[in-house]
Ligand binder design. Structure first.
Ligand SMILES: Cc1ncc(COP(=O)(O)O)c(C=O)c1O
Length: 362
């Protein structure tokens, strides 16, 4: 057997959650309220599904590798040139390509802690050294991250806005102030996976235009309800993108996903419905946490982080036995916290009922 790359040898494998069918079978549950991965509880836009179904007729042909139609549509939407857009197999692929193209073993990557695990994953995969910067008050400590990038000569710095798992945001002015201290040779990736849920002012278009080292990423997995299609994109200068076009898998984004993505962008009604369900759901959940005396973090995303006030693993297990799946946050370094996705009114009600029973010890 050939030797495994040192970087891979020292990585821990990603442990995905158990498949929902397995959980249901093992616990004898007839249905499960799935609030663990921040998916859209309304599902995808019916127009996206119809577009993918229509595109099935072409599935014997290779997809147009650069997702040109989608890039043109995004360019219109963002009022930026189409050659600033990279469409990926989820935003995960965009992070991975940035790491593959820009990181040498031993390079530094600044990441917020706790935040989305993929940033650390792609850095470690390339043998880079991860510089952890703890959050300040549930959001990024931008001055500390900028200093860490300057001191370590980091190649990449990841920001998540709203942050997963906290749902908190930072102000554009604070990022602009921090950018004064970030070296121009550090790529600053602003992951906006949950941005469509966030109504606070933040002009990522202006940021990507004003700073040649800023990359913005978005996904179709969250508000567009298309996580299973694996579709996301990055926005950056064509100079940054050129080597990525060389390195990428030419057919990583399939044609069904692109067709669905185009239709999803047009379905503003579905987006509005999703936003309304999320807004109402959040208000209901905040009130429930308050009533139950549980501290939670105000969220600009479609999930809420809350302190169970006891080891959350136990609360997680007991919620699951009652048919409610949430996200335990020990892997984020928060052993007493759980993260719950905002579901439909009925799903939220079932979650609160189950939580209330678990806390009472029923
Ligand atoms: C902050 C954040 N970024 C990116 C992603 C992944 O997005 P995609 O499905 O586009 O790879 C997630 C998914 O959970 C996320 O929470």
């Amino acid at each position: 057997m050939p030797g495994v790359r040192a970087a891979v040898q020292s990585m821990k494998p990603y442990v995905p959650g158990k498949p929902v069918e397995d959980v249901q079978r093992e616990l004898g549950l007839s249905d499960l309220v799935k609030l663990n991965q921040n998916e859209n509880p309304l599902g995808p836009s019916p127009r996206a599904v119809a577009a993918a179904q229509a595109a099935m007729a072409e599935v014997h042909t290779y997809p147009e590798g650069t997702a040109r139609r989608l890039r043109n549509r995004l360019a219109e939407m963002w009022d930026l040139p189409a050659d600033w857009f990279l469409v990926g197999n989820g935003s995960d692929e965009v992070f991975r390509l940035l790491a593959e193209v820009y990181l040498e073993p031993g390079d530094r990557v600044v990441v917020p802690v706790p935040s989305f695990a993929a940033y650390r994953f792609v850095a470690e995969l390339m043998g880079a050294e991860v510089v952890d910067v703890p959050l300040a008050g549930w959001t990024m400590d931008l001055p500390a991250m900028a200093d860490a990038a300057a001191e370590s000569g980091a190649k990449l710095l990841f920001l998540c806005r709203p942050n997963n798992p906290t749902g908190a945001v930072f102000a554009e002015a604070d990022l602009r102030a921090a950018m004064e201290r970030v070296p121009p040779s550090t790529l600053v990736v602003v992951d906006e996976a949950y941005r469509e849920f966030d109504a606070t002012p933040f002009d990522s278009r202006a940021l990507v235009r004003d700073y040649p080292n800023v990359v913005v990423t978005r996904t179709f997995s969250k508000i567009y309800g298309m996580a299973g299609f694996r579709l996301g994109y990055g926005i950056m200068r064509p100079e940054l993108l050129a080597p990525i076009w060389t390195a990428r898998d030419p057919f990583s984004v399939n044609g069904l996903a692109v067709a669905a993505g185009l239709a999803a962008l047009d379905d503003t009604e579905h987006l509005a419905r999703t936003l309304a369900v999320t807004r109402e759901g959040k208000a209901y959940l905040y009130a429930a946490f308050e009533r139950l005396g549980l501290a939670c973090v105000p969220s600009e995303a479609n999930f809420i982080l809350f302190d169970a006030g006891r080891p959350a693993a136990e609360v997680f297990d007991r919620l699951l036995r009652r048919g409610v799946l949430v996200r335990p946050c020990a892997s984020f370094g928060l052993p007493n916290h759980l993260r719950v996705t905002v579901g439909t009114a009925e799903e939220n009600r079932r979650f609160v009922e189950a939580l209330e029973a678990v806390l009472k010890g029923d």
